[in-house]
Design a protein around this ligand. Structure first.
Ligand code: HEC
Length: 698
């Protein structure tokens, strides 16, 4: 008995000592984040508040990067997209996976310390336009913060992974989701949300980091009922934003403008910068009678972090009508402009222009297209894009570059101050925009007021060839002062990973084919690569422990590029996510992925009463966002090979009765009836019979 309790007491003491150590280790605050210059850690999403994603570490450099090998790895229990940036604080690495799960590892050895599963209801996956992803945690004063897909902000004890407090930041009856990483500024946790494709009103909220008590909220669009919200945004909505909205269309959807990704902070100016998303519905004619700029859609907005008070805004796409968000990575830097050093905000939003703005005032400095675009010819002296005739698809469809993926999406950029280069993961992917003549707002469904069939239609050889020629992905090293590319690395597909820059003269980026590579910072020369076995979309981070530098990256294709157009990405199957951590001379090996073979079905005897043409339209409106425009691709189950299409009953069981809801395929009974489901089945059967099943390859 005595012996037992002594051992137990010793164990308790040990645990306490361990807790104490981790608790101390996780004592991150603003001074420490800003002092991150020499400490070899990665303390916040973009490393420091300026979000440059440039590490001062040089142990791994252009001379020795060829010796980089795997130090350790972990495999996860989720197989959807992995977008997180690993955060490293005093020897502990914190990361998240799809379905908003959090994991803590010993950053040197890879030993798992704890995991936290917020148990997100898988039916919530229906509200996620772009996969059930999560981009990572924030760490502050002994707590780890995660935003969950179902709109919770959870504060975990950094040493145990146990929830300390939880707040619901959204109305869960609405199609809000959280995929972005929180930031913590001056003791307040900031979190936004997404959902503008389905119909929500965007906002960002600040919570007290210790207690979870709400400090302030800022709405990016006016209140549809015309009422005051009792929020930090009330004044600017009354004075500025309200007058820029017209008609009734936006009132049903809330106007969009979700703050689903970028934030940055300048401690000297005490300004928080937030990136604001697209309008809802996308189509400006429906949303706002085709009139008005619709503030703060597609804007960067500068706020006071203590109060949420509005300071300035800059709108990149006034009256946007193409899903051209300005939620993309916001970065702060000191640039030499006209002979003086200026503190600037930089962004490469979806619309294809690279913006440089004055960080204090938001004044426009310059903007140039960072890739081929065709919707505008340039910008005027205020930065307002000069649109080409027809860009707003007034009568006929417009095949636009970029499309809704943007010329750049959430995948973070990086900035090397020595080279003066911003590395941009560029997407070249067109989209045919056209009015949806049958548009009716259906709350919770896909509400873009764009005819998705128009985009799916051009299959004649000439159009297909033209579209193919427009498609591609690349890493562009952009000189933001000269506003031109210095070098470009081309990729095989358009949906590639975020970027890491290091003072070792390296740029790290993964790609859709699973190659994690290091390029020379000055010239883009390929210096090293590792085959991860499946596509990478997440940006890497880097850190140093006991004199060794590590490079960590989450592996796992996913996001909108994998769900809605997998067949254009090489038909890659969905595979478990991994965390790969490299160091010089690392000798670990991760096992090869087993690629499941999906047999083709014998459909010769299968009958349907459905109408394939009607089913095609319904499929485009409700299914293509996850199941690929031609019901192809292996990321979600290839419906052409799904045994569920063999009978009307089994298909209805999944689509209407929600039998696969626990796997993330919610019931569509709110939107569709059994006849419509049968029409969709007829379309899939037609596709399955017409196309020889594409070979699956890793
Ligand atoms: C928000 C994303 C999303 C949307 C939209 C969506 N699905 Fe799914 N679907 C899923 C997921 C996730 C699964 C399950 C994946 C798995 O098996 O792990 C699935 C599975 C299925 C399956 C079962 C396939 C099999 O063999 O297991 C069918 C059939 C299906 N979906 C049909 C549809 C149809 C028809 C629509 C449109 C009415 C639709 N889905 C819309 C995400 C979606």
């Amino acid at each position: 008995m005595l012996r037992f309790s002594l051992i137990a007491a010793a164990a308790v003491a040990l645990t306490l000592a361990a807790c104490q150590k981790v608790d101390d280790a996780a004592k991150v605050d603003g001074a420490r984040i800003e002092a991150a210059e020499g400490n070899g850690e990665w303390l916040s999403y973009g490393r420091t508040y300026s979000e440059q994603r440039h590490s001062p570490l040089t142990k791994v450099n252009a001379e020795n990067v060829s010796q980089l090998g795997l130090a350790w790895f972990a495999e996860f229990d989720t197989d959807r997209g992995q977008e997180a940036t690993p955060i490293v604080v005093d020897g502990v690495l914190y990361t998240t996976t799809s379905w908003s799960k959090v994991h803590a590892f010993n950053a040197k050895t890879g030993e798992k310390l704890w995991s936290y599963d917020p148990q997100v209801n898988r039916a919530k996956g229906f509200d996620a336009c772009c996969d059930v992803v999560n981009r990572g945690v924030a760490v502050w004063q002994g707590r780890v913060y995660v935003g969950t897909l179902d709109g919770r902000l959870v504060a975990l004890n950094a040493s145990t992974g146990k929830p300390d407090w939880t707040v619901q930041t959204t109305d869960n009856a609405q199609p809000y989701t959280i995929t972005g990483a929180p930031r913590v500024i001056k003791g307040k946790v900031l979190i936004g949300n997404g959902g503008a494709e389905y119909g929500v009103r965007g906002y960002i909220t600040a919570y007290d980091a210790a207690s979870g008590k709400q400090a302030w909220r800022f709405y990016t669009t006016p209140n549809p009922k015309g009422e005051a919200d009792g929020a930090a945004s009330d004044k600017v909505i009354a004075e500025k934003t309200k007058a820029t909205w017209f008609g009734e269309g936006w009132k049903a959807t809330g106007g969009g403008g979700t703050v689903w990704d970028a934030m940055a902070y300048d401690p000297a100016l005490d300004l928080l910068y937030i990136g604001v998303g697209n309008g809802s519905p996308w189509n400006h004619k429906v949303r706002s009678d085709g009139k008005g700029d619709n503030l703060f859609v597609s804007s960067i907005v500068a706020l006071r972090p203590d109060t949420g008070e509005y300071v300035w805004h800059y709108q990149t796409t006034p009256g946007e009508s193409w899903d051209y968000t300005a939620t993309q990575h916001i970065m702060l830097a000191d640039l030499p402009i006209d002979g003086a050093t200026r503190r600037v905000v930089m962004q490469a939003p979806k619309n294809g222009f690279f913006y440089v703005l004055d960080a204090r005032t938001g004044a426009f400095i310059s903007a140039k297209p960072y890739t081929t675009i065709n919707w505008a010819t340039g910008v005027d002296q205020t930065g307002r894009p000069a649109e080409v005739p027809g860009a707003r698809y007034p009568a006929s469809p417009f095949l636009a570059l970029p499309g809704p993926y943007g010329a750049h999406n959430w995948h973070p950029m990086a900035f090397n101050p020595k080279e003066g280069l911003v590395y941009i993961p560029v997407i070249d992917m067109p989209y045919a925009y056209g009015d949806d003549p049958g548009y009716r707002h259906t709350q919770g469904a896909w509400n873009t007021a764009i005819d998705s069939v128009v985009n799916a239609l051009p299959t004649d050889a000439a159009t297909a060839k033209a579209v193919q020629a427009m498609m591609g992905g690349k890493l562009v090293a952009w000189d933001p002062v000269a506003q031109k590319a210095r070098w470009t690395v081309k990729h095989a597909y358009y949906w590639n990973a975020g970027v890491l820059s290091t003072a070792g003269g390296l740029v790290f980026q993964g790609d859709a084919e699973g190659k994690f590579a290091a390029y020379g910072a000055a010239d883009g020369k390929p210096l090293w690569s590792h085959d991860a076995g499946q596509g990478i979309i997440a940006p890497a981070s880097t850190y140093e422990i006991d004199g060794e530098q590590y490079v960590a990256v989450m592996v796992g294709q996913g996001g909108a590029g994998a769900t809605s157009a997998n067949s254009l990405m090489g038909n890659r199957p969905r595979l478990p996510g991994r965390l790969l951590v490299f160091k010089l001379g690392g000798t670990a090996t991760a096992p090869k992925y087993e690629i499941p073979e999906v047999p083709t079905l014998d459909l010769s005897a299968v009958k349907t009463t459905g109408d394939a043409e009607r089913g095609f339209r319904t499929f485009q409106a409700f299914c293509q966002v996850c199941h690929d425009g031609r019901a192809a691709g292996n990321f979600m189950p290839d419906l052409k090979k799904s045994p569920m299409i063999l009978s009307a009953e089994s298909f209805k069981g999944v689509v209407i009765d929600g039998l696969n809801a626990p796997k993330g395929m919610a019931s569509f009974s709110r939107f569709l009836n059994a006849t419509q489901a049968e029409d969709i089945r007829a379309f899939i059967l037609q596709e399955a019979k017409a196309t020889a099943a594409p070979p699956s390859k890793g």
